[in-house]
Structures are given as structure tokens and as C-alpha cells.
Design a protein around this ligand. Structure first.
Ligand code: ZN
Length: 260
């Protein structure tokens, strides 16, 4: 059954698409073509929604291979994803419940096409640059919308980061990868992530990075249990940016004690 899709134009020609408050994708419209960034769980016919917003050719890009970002690919002919997440994605796609739901609705996952760090997607007057950020998943990517100074981060940078899942890299490895892309905080003003309902200030990236560094440095004495659908792990709360620009009530990194 369809669930609600909340669509909002956050900047001219840039739409936030929040599916049932469970996952968020985006539509970026350029002069020549448009890009869908993440397609959520596939509850709603995203292809039809996108057609109602633009008549330009559409390219679909997945920030990573988790089901709540790729299952909506079923409404498109193809989708780009970093092959580093191929095995992870296949595991979810082959799940019998998902296959049965697809058959019931006459839908199927389209083929993935490779997108790699260093690639640039030219939409005409708007360009998306691809940066690799392995951590939340092995093949996670960030997309910098250069002209609008927006960084699309999927689940790799947000205020409730999940690093406790199977397939997440150790936090030390994530910290190293994050430090290789921290220069992006000078190239973007806002973050749009995979579970957002509004824009976040780019300073979130620095705040979250400091939180991960604290865990890696063993400053975990105040960490609390984190109960989620697959067990109990740990959560590390981190502070706002010292300059006070970033103000959110909750900032936590969820992680496994044996994967730091
Ligand atoms: Zn994810």
C-alpha cells in the first residue's frame, strides 16, 4: 500500500522528497536533465512523482546500497551506484519478501550502472561531483552540487549516524576516510541527507567528525546503550559546533563496541 510522500522545493529546482518520514531522496533539475538522488523504500511511485516535477531526462544515483535508498529504483530504467556497495545491495534485493512484493506489483529492480569517486554528472548549468566516503557502507558516496553549494550525504553525515550495522567499517577507518573529504566543508553551505526533513548547516560535518574522533580516542565513558531493531549497541552523544551555528537537540553516533 502506498504511504505518504512529502515533496518540498528547498531551493529553486531542488526538491526534497520525504517518504513516510522513513527516508528522503532528492530531485535536482538542471537545464538539460535532472538527477534523482536516492529513491527510498519504493512505497510510492517515485517515477510518476518525478515526471510531475520535470519533463527532462532523469538520471538516478544511489548514495549507497541500503534498501531504504535503493528499493525505489524499481520505478526507473537504470540506477547508478558505486560498485563497492554491489554485494551489500544484492543481499537486500535477493530478499524473498522484497522479490515477492516486486512480483505482486509487476516491478523489478533495474540494472545498476557504475559511478565512481571523481565522476561528474553534468545536468546543464548544475554539476554534481562524486566523492567516496566508505564507512556507513563500503561504497558510500557524497555528491557536491557545486553551483548551489549543497552536499548530499546519504546516511554518511547526519545527526543520528548509524555505524552499528553489519557492513559498517570500523570507526577508525571511517574517520580516516572522513578526513580525506573534510575540505568539502569549504565548498558547501548546507547538507541534505538521507533522512532529512529540512536542510542542515554544513557545520554538522565538523561536529560529527569530532564525535567520531572522541570515540576513537576512547572518550566513551558517558556512552549509553542504543536499542534498535536488531539488538543493543552503544550511542555516543556529541556537542554542537563551538561557534554555535549548528543547533539540534540530538546528535548521536550509534556504534558497536567491537567495531571501533
Ligand atoms: Zn544507510
Amino acid at each position: 500500500m502506498d504511504k505518504a510522500l512529502y515533496v518540498r522545493e528547498v531551493r529553486p529546482g531542488i526538491y526534497l522528497m520525504d517518504e513516510a518520514h522513513e527516508a528522503t531522496g532528492y530531485l535536482v533539475i538542471g537545464r538539460d536533465r535532472a538527477c534523482v538522488i536516492d529513491t527510498m523504500n519504493g512505497y510510492t511511485d517515485l517515477g510518476r512523482t518525478v515526471k510531475g516535477l520535470t519533463d527532462k531526462p532523469v538520471v538516478v544515483v544511489n548514495t549507497h546500497g541500503h534498501p531504504d535508498h535503493i528499493f525505489g529504483n524499481v520505478y526507473f530504467q537504470e540506477a547508478y551506484m558505486n560498485p563497492g556497495d554491489g554485494a551489500l545491495a544484492r543481499g537486500f534485493i535477493e530478499d524473498p519478501a522484497f522479490q515477492a512484493a516486486c512480483r505482486e506489483r509487476g516491478l523489478a529492480m533495474p540494472p545498476f550502472r557504475d559511478i565512481l569517486p571523481g565522476d561528474v554528472i553534468d545536468l546543464g548549468g548544475r554539476t554534481l561531483e562524486v566523492y567516496g566516503l566508505p564507512g556507513h557502507t563500503p561504497g558510500g558516496i557524497l555528491l557536491l552540487l557545486r553551483e548551489d553549494r549543497i552536499l548530499f550525504t546519504g546516511d554518511s553525515v547526519n545527526h543520528h549516524l548509524w555505524m552499528q550495522l553489519d557492513g559498517c567499517l570500523p570507526l577508525h577507518a571511517f574517520l580516516e576516510a572522513l578526513d580525506r573529504v573534510m575540505f568539502l566543508q569549504e565548498e558547501a553551505d548546507i547538507i541534505l541527507h538521507g533522512h532529512a526533513r529540512d536542510v542542515d548547516d554544513i557545520s554538522l560535518m565538523r561536529c560529527m567528525r569530532e564525535g567520531i574522533a572522541e570515540i576513537c580516542a576512547g572518550k566513551t565513558q558517558d556512552d549509553a546503550p542504543y536499542r534498535w531493531f536488531d539488538g543493543v549497541d552503544l550511542q555516543h552523544a556529541y556537542r554542537c559546533d563551538p561557534d554555535g551555528r549548528y543547533q539540534q537537540s540530538e546528535h548521536v553516533i550509534c556504534y558497536r563496541a567491537d567495531n571501533v
